[in-house]
Design a protein around this ligand. Structure first.
Ligand code: PLP
Length: 395
């Protein structure tokens, strides 16, 4: 997955351009910047590649989620459906918006299942935070139909799935609003950064204003701008956007390498009858940043993780035991513990998060293993993994 593996002179040149002829701030300073607009440039590249009307950059994927929620009108007391297998940011953004996370079951796509979502819808449900984990998608036709039927906002967290598509549509552009992350370990990196994607003009206008103190960005004089809404500062810097400009030009190359490397490992693993693969509703659209598969049961999965480690295979993830990606392990979130009183504490009928159970998801995740697909692998590196598989898996 990590774009940083192919950093070269192009990222350095982009940053140098900002420091030498441009300016560090993404708005205004027209007289100083010699027409260098890295954030704008990256936004238009994203729109073009992903075929989406609006892309708005912010300082992180987490802030993209916060901005997406607020911009789509999700706030205090609204219920937002989330999966238990995700990154903690999904939950943080909802809680900090004053909204209520409601956990639903996933299926073997490793994303929310349509039945899982349907089972937890209430009159207070406002949105689904659909997380495209590990580079690929869920059953998007059913998910979208379900959201439309119940009049729910579909927010797609495509932070781990930059460049992935479903039936030709970029993940993050299928629902009302999407989020990408460009942090240091994602498919495309800005160092830190993120983006909101939407085809909806109202959501876009809210997003650019919300992420910059409510500025309407009309005219050339920042001091004289109007502030139709309140917001905060989630702006990206021009240096970070510049890194992203260089990286975005490598997206096709990144996807090609990932797909080739993943295929080599997947073909090798397919020989072992004890291994089955994550369901990928549109295999051609997988961004191939991870190879995810299942063992017959939890005990065997743990054994395989340990054996792969012993055989010298790095970057093998057993998410079910991982601190940052599975709800069962998040005691701070089960206790809703912040440094200060959280808005959710004012909601009397809020769920008791210490009692949340997702047995179907547990049954799936306890058998699931993912391997990070890297860009820097040589043919020998790939062969070494394939040789290691033969020591670990049963024929
Ligand atoms: C990385 C990630 C985020 C947050 O992105 P940051 O840029 O690190 O804030 C959100 N959701 C998922 C699924 C992620 O993997």
């Amino acid at each position: 997955m990590p774009g940083f593996e192919i950093f070269d002179d192009s990222e350095k040149q982009q940053i140098a351009e900002v420091m030498e002829s441009g300016f560090t701030f993404r708005y205004n300073f027209d007289g100083m910047r010699n027409d260098v607009w890295k954030a704008r440039e990256l936004e238009s590249m994203i729109c073009e590649t992903l075929q989406v009307k609006h892309a708005h950059l912010v300082s992180s994927g987490t802030n993209a989620l916060s901005t997406a929620l607020a911009s789509a009108g999700i706030g205090a007391g609204d219920e937002v459906i989330v999966p238990p297998f995700t990154f903690v940011a999904s939950v943080e953004a909802i809680v900090l918006a004053g909204a209520i996370p409601v956990f639903a079951e996933i299926d073997e796509t490793l994303t929310l299942s349509p039945e899982g979502i349907e089972a937890v819808i209430t009159p207070k449900t406002k949105a689904v935070n659909f997380v495209h984990m590990c580079g690929s998608m869920g059953k998007m036709d059913e998910i979208k139909a379900l959201c439309d039927k119940h009049d729910l906002i579909l927010l797609e967290d495509a932070c781990q799935a930059t460049g992935a598509t479903y039936k030709g549509k970029a993940l993050g552009t299928i629902g009302h609003v999407g989020a990408l992350s460009f942090d240091s370990v994602k498919t495309v990196s800005c160092g830190e950064g993120g983006a909101i994607l939407t085809n909806d003009d109202t959501i876009y206008n809210n997003a650019h204003m919300y992420s910059d103190h409510g500025h309407d960005h009309i005219g050339m004089d920042r001091g004289a701008e109007g502030h139709p809404i309140m917001g905060s500062n989630y702006r990206i810097s021009e240096m970070n956007a510049a890194v992203g400009v260089a990286q975005w030009k490598k997206l096709d190359r990144i996807l090609d390498i990932q797909r080739r490397n993943k295929k080599a490992l997947k073909d090798a693993l397919a020989q072992y009858p004890e291994v089955s693969f994550r369901e990928i509703p549109d295999e051609a659209g997988d961004n191939a940043g991870f190879l995810s598969f299942f063992l017959p049961d939890e005990a065997r999965a743990k054994e395989v993780v340990a054996a792969l480690g012993a055989a010298g295979v790095p970057a093998v993830f057993y998410w079910y035991g991982n601190n940052w990606h599975y709800f069962k392990n998040w005691t701070h979130i089960q206790q809703m513990k912040g440094p200060a009183k959280l808005p959710i504490e004012l909601i009397i009928d809020r769920p008791d998060y210490t009692q949340v159970e997702t047995p179907k998801s547990d049954a799936i995740m306890s058998r699931a293993i993912s391997m990070l697909i890297q860009l820097s692998w040589s043919n020998e590196d790939i062969q070494a993994r394939i040789d290691a598989f033969d020591k670990v898996f049963k024929r």
